[in-house]
Design a protein around this ligand. Structure first.
Ligand code: ZN
Ligand code: ZN
Ligand code: ZN
Length: 333
């Protein structure tokens, strides 16, 4: 039996649609990109012990005397025994020298070991990595020219990664990225109409919908209603907050737990699949800041985008978000 396609508009970014088309899943083979890279570890600039291969760290997280410390390298000495290390990108997209693309571009080395990928990382280590990111964003926000921070990860060749050592990238810029600008603008409009942000409104329905994958006391993990790839998922704080910079210790742990559950479910259902994720948070000091609801969007590379996706902003999806969520949820049982 052929099931008819269904067009869905993203509930927040109204310019984007998905075409849920189960018949596409019946094609001989949906392309998947699994990671295959190998690199000589002695030459990896992100491995512990090779600190001299990167510019001095702007932030280092490590335990000293049982206490968690946030330190930084000096010009002539590097901090050893680190757990998470943030360094300036050697090939920066944004720099403080370029007036038209002003900003910072840094690499968050998530783990000292080369072969620990995002799917294997412990909740505790993920907590440290996110703590480091939030700490560093607060420091970058001391620069009065910086308006916005954006964290993203490219995992595997299909995700656009150039080095396999576990890392994320952090940019802080003087301009607001278009996707966040659009979400912010829509959030303000909905707040004006309904007195509530569109993500809070979305959560009211999603926590009891077939798209819920996992929920703890602070965060919900859901599949996107109108995904760009099958299995696209979002992690949203249950409480309305514009950015993650004031998360309590308990909330940061809950975020790491939600993230880890999603990675766990992906690895069970899709293997060590290539992916991207990015963190959307309110720009610094925006007058619309209070309307915004921060979140993490995760996009596994389950298929390669074609002309309809790239030129039409219409994403053809073979596995419905409800079926994907069911599969991911069941894998966590
Ligand atoms: Zn390495
Ligand atoms: Zn909200
Ligand atoms: Zn978003």
């Amino acid at each position: 039996m052929v099931t008819l396609s269904e067009v869905r508009r993203d509930p927040i970014v109204r310019s984007r649609v998905s075409i849920i088309s189960p018949i596409r899943g019946l094609r001989p083979k949906e392309l998947t990109f699994v990671r295959h890279e190998t690199l000589n570890i002695s030459k990896c600039p992100f491995c512990r012990g090779n600190e001299e291969m990167t510019p001095p760290a702007t932030l280092v997280v490590k335990y000293e005397g049982g206490c968690l410390k946030f330190l930084r390298d000096s010009l002539n000495s590097t901090v050893g025994d680190w757990l998470v290390r943030i360094v300036p990108n050697k090939y920066p997209i944004f720099t403080r020298e370029s007036p038209n693309a002003y900003g910072y571009h840094e690499v968050v080395i998530e783990h000292p070991e080369h072969n620990v990928n995002i799917y294997d990382m412990s909740v505790e280590h993920l907590r440290l990595a996110f703590l480091a990111v939030f700490h560093r964003i607060k420091e970058l926000y001391n620069d009065p020219s910086i308006r916005h921070a954006y964290l993203f990860k490219n995992f595997g060749g299909g995700g656009g990664a150039s080095l396999p050592h576990p890392h994320m990238q952090l940019v802080a810029t003087s301009t607001i990225l278009p996707s966040v600008y659009e979400e912010l603008r829509y959030s303000k409009a909905i707040y004006g109409k309904l007195g509530n942000c569109p993500y809070c409104k979305l959560l009211e329905g999603e926590v009891s919908s077939p798209r819920l994958i996992y929920m703890n006391g602070e965060f919900a993990v859901i599949t996107s209603y109108a995904p760009r790839n099958s299995y696209e998922a979002w992690i949203l704080p249950l409480k309305h907050m514009s950015d993650p910079l004031k998360l309590s210790d308990g909330e940061t742990s809950a975020f790491a737990d939600a993230f880890s559950k999603l990675m766990n479910a992906y690895s069970k259902c899709l293997g060590t699949i290539n992916l991207n994720f990015w963190l959307h948070m309110s720009p610094k000091g925006s007058k619309h800041k209070s309307y915004y609801h921060w979140h993490l969007e995760v996009l596994p590379i389950t298929t390669l985008w074609g002309g309809l996706e790239k030129g039409g902003n219409a994403y053809v999806i073979a596995s419905s978000p409800e079926d994907s969520a069911n599969e991911l949820r069941e894998s966590l049982r």
